[in-house]
Design a protein. Sequence first.
Length: 545
Amino acid sequence: MKFSKFVVVATSIVLLFPCLAFALSSPNIPLDSPIYLYLEKLSGFGLISSDVKGIRPFSKAEAVRLVKEAEARSASTASSALATELLERLKELLPREISYYDREDAAPAFDFDPLNTARLRYVYLDGAPRSYFRPVHDPGNDGVFGIGSGLRPPNPYPSPVQQRGTEGTPLFENNDGVVYHRGTNVDLRGSGELYFGSIASAAVEPMLLWSEAGDEATLRLNRGYAKLGGRVLELEVGRDENWLGPGYRGALTLTNNARNFDLIKLSSPELVKTKYLWDLKYSLVFSRFEKTVTNGEERQPFLFAGKLAMKPLDDLEFGINLGRQVGGPGVNNSFGDIIRGVVGGTSDDNSNTVAGFDLRLRFPWLRNTELYGEFSGEDAAAFWPIVESYVAGFYIPRLTESGSDDLRFEYFRGNRILYTNSTFPEGYLYHNMPIGHSQGGATQDFFLRYSHWFSVRNNLALEAFHTRRGDYGRVTVNAAGRFDAAGTMQSIERKNALRATWTFPFSKEWNALLLYGQEWIHNYELRAGDTRMNRLLRAELSYRY
């Protein structure tokens, strides 16, 4: 079905259910907004329990729903000074939705905000990104969770699987595919919003990038979309970012690591409360990758990504994830092949799927500490995903009673063939960057983050990383890094990094941010003895972020 036809069908669906859809339509909150940290801290104080972290971005209306939940609970319990500050700051950042939520009839028929947010960012980079181009041995014969074997047959072929892609900018992941080059970089962006009563809304965010390398400036649309409907049924058309999974540093199926897609999305921006089923949220994303030619093979697949997140209990969230490349030039687009790709992979189908599930559990008796994990497979045996990859972590929102200190740990392991595919040799990439976890496939990554809140707008965060590539799937390669049976065995690449971030108020509406990061890479790009050091300095002023 062509996208134009799908938009007509989706719009009709929304219009057929005005009693459900026409709540308060509102733009989405950018994924790098501190609003997410504020809501997460309120959850840590026990003031929010209906939050769903596995589907982002949040709409502003959904954020206000959570703010109202926190307000109602704080009225009946003794709240800390930081929790009170958080609530007041959120009201300042979400004035329209605070005013009209549950009062949709009072919203003006037309309104706009020409400068809703703005940001000026300076980045100085001393270093170069790692290439993920690497042949990997795939033995096959998989079990599940590393137990057993035979769910996938042994691989009889001597040729390895080819990993591709790049990390983009060292020490700066999950940034909508923006790549900063060596030397000085300047990033200027601002957003404006339109509102059509409570029925529809729109947002646009252009971005101007200048880099000392090449001395050139580029202008591009980072986000720009229109939304119709709200609450349990919403249609979004345009360019936007998405994140499916509970992880903080990364997720397996879909993140904002690569450039934002031009998309059509049907979703429930707010939690759907049901009488006989679990409370839930869902998101269905339809897009198309850019045209690529790899090894002489032209491809431009469609992308379908979906997520269903359910809450059986206030402190338990369970999600099912799916990301699928399908169709386009160079593959069989017959109806039979499409059906085979839908019901399960074959050796000659026209799709590539990453699918799995995630879980988030909160422990109220342990200061609302959260434990979360995501499991995903690149293949399936019957209904079960195999060739598995993992994200797992914990978050302690209140190391101290005051809630001023928090701690997070997160682990990622990407399978040897994660984000690779023989039908689509370019892989699960968009503009050469993984659309899932920023560290790519055939990788292990350890992440630790501590932060201290001096006040709601004054925060110091310290982060440490340890990333390894080459632990498994090693092959012999030539000087160009390509498979060569007579070549040299790949070494294990080890990256250790530290990063410190301080955010603080600059004026009433402006915040400032200073970040310094440094990393040491041993056996750079799996070459024995090649050692590199990268450094990144980031300074920015942001308006109403």
